[in-house]
Design a binder for this molecule. Structure first.
Ligand code: NAD
Length: 503
């Protein structure tokens, strides 16, 4: 029996309950059908039916928002130590079911197991990290003035909506939900319609860990139905959103009437800039990792390679050899590096760029081929002879597709890097310290790594500039979003109060 067979065996065990019961909404600790019926959820691996999922409308969202609102005061007022204990229990529950989470995630999204097993554990890390912040989350400052002792404190904003995408959905959901719960907010979670499985596992784990009913509610369905209703609901005070830039703009519009606070983590067309003096072997590894891991379905992927023209030919030749060696296959095979893309729609979008590249005059130097179905498999692809004006350099493809663009000077590299509507991440490879300082100072991105791939450190701020988003996650920045600042001034004496209308 191969490792793949063993994993498939385990998966069958995990799937039978979903096949029998489908995925229902979870509201106030109880299962509910969606008012809009059900929709089919297919696996991108072989296009087989995984299960049916509740299709929710505004009435279901209302029930969930009401449950989150009813649960809010008790959760907010629970002693910090108690809340911390529950969050730690959730982390332990995730660790205990990490294999189930990883296998379900792979089957639901097409992501390779080698990455998803780590993503499940990173979900637990998110809970542990924010659990440790619970006790100081409300702490403020004292800002003494001549007549007043001013103090500040923070209070949770109220019930919040969390809307997540289908790429690494479990990890991204925990990234939003863990700090929201740690802040004392209650949550209505609307997972992506293409990847509902692990959101269901998360709410189950949370309730088993002692999270009171109604503190985390999961409502399934489509963005323009359930997602829109969540943004519009008056009891929901803020929306934490991860997804495409154009959806981010809709989130803002939909929340306008109820004056929603929005945190938007959106798309990217991130540059990796390789200078001639860099450690080219390490740069090559990082360039490959940052676009071809996680199927390239990664907001922080470096999808534009800016390569100094003096090393372009050699670097691209090595790149082509490595890209052609990448193993595309069944996501549950531990050897697989790239699995199938998430949906037919996304597959059509990504593969559509193979022709767009040729029409624009670029060269398909590796990949550029679809693999016969069933399943949405593509070969990892590299476009060379490209310019930054081509669509393959300007639009977020969100697949295992890299566009290589040469530059001749540092100024040239900076101009190309910044010539994009996005600004999520940037990666700079150089051994010249002053150049690294100069370049990162001018590079328009929320997050930059020098001589490194993206290595997430939870206390650091995560988020983008330009069309890549508004707001930051991580460390205390998460609490700034999920909490309100409150100021209280205490008079310290008998300071003069202006007397209007007094004789
Ligand atoms: P998407 O915007 O299509 O969907 C994301 C979520 O929004 C889904 O749950 C969807 O149902 C919901 N949605 C859609 N329309 C809505 C509406 N009108 N109102 C409310 N909700 C609505 O994104 P996707 O295709 O699922 O995910 C891929 C995108 O996410 C990429 O652009 C990627 O760059 C981005 N992303 C960004 C980050 C980041 O941190 N910046 C992280 C991961 C993914």
């Amino acid at each position: 029996m191969t490792e793949l067979d063993r994993n498939l065996d385990k998966l069958r065990g995990f799937m039978s309950r979903f096949q029998q019961n489908g995925i229902r909404n979870r509201i106030a600790g109880k299962d509910h059908d969606g008012s809009g019926g059900r929709f089919d959820n297919e696996s991108p691996v072989d296009q087989s039916l995984i299960c049916q999922v509740a299709r929710s409308d505004a009435s279901d969202v209302h029930a969930a928002a009401q449950a989150a609102s009813d649960a809010f005061a008790d959760w907010r007022d629970m002693a910090a130590k108690e809340r911390r204990k529950i969050l730690i229990n959730i982390a332990k529950g995730i660790e205990a079911r990490a294999e189930e989470i990883a296998l379900c995630e792979c089957w639901d999204t097409g992501q390779a197991l080698r990455f998803m097993s780590k993503a499940a554990l990173r979900g637990a890390e998110n809970f542990r990290y924010f659990a440790d912040q619970v006790e100081q989350a409300r702490d403020g400052q004292h800002l003494k003035s001549p007549t007043l002792m001013n103090i500040t404190t923070r209070v949770p904003i109220g019930p919040v909506g969390v809307i997540t995408p289908w790429n690494t959905p479990f990890m991204l959901s925990t990234w939003k939900i863990a700090p929201a719960l740690a802040a004392g907010c209650t949550v209505v979670h609307k997972p992506a319609e293409a990847s509902p499985l692990t959101a269901r596992l998360l709410v189950e784990i949370a309730e088993e860990a002692g999270l009171p009913p109604g503190v985390l509610n999961t409502v399934n369905g489509f963005g323009e139905e359930a997602g829109k209703a969540l943004c519009e609901h008056p009891k929901i005070k803020a929306i934490a959103f991860v997804g495409e830039s154009r959806t981010g703009s809709l989130i803002t519009k939909q929340g306008a009437d109820t004056l929603k606070r929005n945190h938007l983590e959106l798309g990217g067309k991130n540059p990796v800039i390789v200078f001639e003096d860099a450690d080219l072997d390490r740069a090559l590894d990082a360039v490959i990792f940052m676009i071809y891991s996680i199927n390239g379905e990664r907001c922080t992927s470096s999808s534009r390679l800016l390569i100094h023209d003096s090393i372009q030919a050699e670097f691209e030749a090595k790149l082509i050899e490595r890209v052609n060696n990448i193993k595309v296959g069944h996501p549950l095979d531990p050897a697989t590096e790239i699995g199938p893309l998430v949906t037919q729609e996304h597959y059509d979008k990504v593969t559509g760029y193979f022709d767009i590249a040729k029409e624009d005059g670029a060269t398909v130097a590796a990949g550029g081929v679809q693999i016969d179905g069933p399943g949405f498999f593509v070969r990892p692809t590299l476009f060379t002879n490209a310019t930054n004006q081509m669509r393959i350099a300007r639009e977020e493809i969100f697949g295992p597709v890299l566009t290589s663009i040469p530059f001749s000077t540092e100024e040239d590299a900076l101009q190309i890097a910044n010539d994009t509507e996005y600004g999520l991440t940037g990666y700079v490879w150089t051994n010249d310290l002053t150049r690294a300082l100069r370049f990162t100072d001018k590079l328009e991105a929320g997050m930059i790594w020098v001589n490194s791939e993206n290595v997430r450190h939870l206390p650091t701020p995560f988020g983008g500039v330009k069309n890549s988003g508004i707001g930051r996650d991580g460390g205390d920045w998460s609490f700034e979003f999920y909490m309100e600042q409150k100021h209280v001034g205490f008079a310290t004496g008998q300071h003069k109060i202006s007397r209007l209308g007094a004789l």
